[in-house]
Design a protein around this ligand. Structure first.
Ligand code: GTP
Ligand code: MG
Length: 240
């Protein structure tokens, strides 16, 4: 049986909330409004995953699937420097792919699985996991098919996490909740319905605080204590 590795987010507070960092053999989902820090956390994890295990890293390579074109290689540089790593070496260990359709996204996963069987990867980022599905199945009456294809892709992500001891970090969007169920003051909920809720091992709800401050809450985990932590987006990535 493979041992779980916990990879630091760059913030001790956030790591504490997660029980030590984001876990391999699991899918961590982050959802929240625009600019809440989902992509910045992805960038920080791209670097921290490459740290040695004794520095709370994963000692492994990173695969990044970008559906929104928001990955910034130049953003990796100050984050690597903050962790005392060589930026160009860090960039060389990030395998990047832009996906343009949900099918393309799925096929990229198949290709990555082949790579992961040959080299030690520890992180797979999918930012965002659902955006292309919402574009490609936007018509009325297409929801059932969308959810079926989404389930298929999420099951690939689960398989990758388990087969290669990978931490999957995926981002999700929020949608208006007509029922106003989650928060009375902020009636939004994660997209993807039960299919996504079921696939995620842990769901992080992010929101903006003051300035560069962000607030993270574990969403919908009846077995975990209700807990909220504050972190910052700094030039060196996610921090306390
Ligand atoms: P969407 O993808 O639009 O839904 O948002 P997101 O949740 O992915 O937000 P993202 O992670 O892109 O966070 C954007 C915020 O990060 C900005 O509002 C800035 O506060 C901060 N940020 C982005 N780039 C930098 C940077 O280069 N340096 C610093 N210090 N902060 C940055
Ligand atoms: Mg983003």
């Amino acid at each position: 049986r493979k041992a779980v590795i916990r990879i630091t987010t760059g913030s001790q507070a956030l790591d504490e909330l997660l029980g030590g960092g984001i876990e391999t053999l699991a899918i961590t989902e982050a959802f929240g409004e625009f600019r809440s820090g989902k992509t910045q956390l992805a960038h920080t994890l791209c670097v921290s995953t490459q740290l040695p295990i004794n520095l709370h890293g994963g000692n492994g390579k990173v695969a990044y699937i970008d559906t929104e074109g928001t990955f910034r290689p130049d953003r990796i540089v100050p984050i690597a420097e903050r962790f005392g790593m060589d930026p160009s070496a860090v960039l060389d260990n990030i395998i990047y792919a832009r996906a343009y359709t949900y099918e393309h996204q799925y096929n990229l996963l198949l290709g990555l699985a082949a790579k992961m069987s040959e080299e030690p990867f520890r992180l797979l980022v999918v930012d965002s996991v659902i955006a292309l599905f919402r574009v490609d199945f936007s018509g009325r009456g297409e929801l059932a098919e969308r959810q079926q294809k989404l389930a298929q892709m999420l099951s690939r992500l689960t398989k990758i996490a388990e087969e290669f001891n990978i931490a999957v970090y995926m981002t999700n969007q929020v949608i208006a909740d007509p029922g106003g169920g989650v928060f009375i003051s902020d009636p939004k909920k994660p997209a993807g319905g039960h299919v996504l809720a079921h696939a995620a091992t842990i769901r992080l709800m992010l929101r903006k605080g003051k300035g560069e401050q962000r607030v993270c809450k574990i969403f919908d985990a009846p077995n975990l204590p209700e807990n909220v932590q504050i972190f910052q987006i700094t030039p060196g990535g996610i921090a306390d």
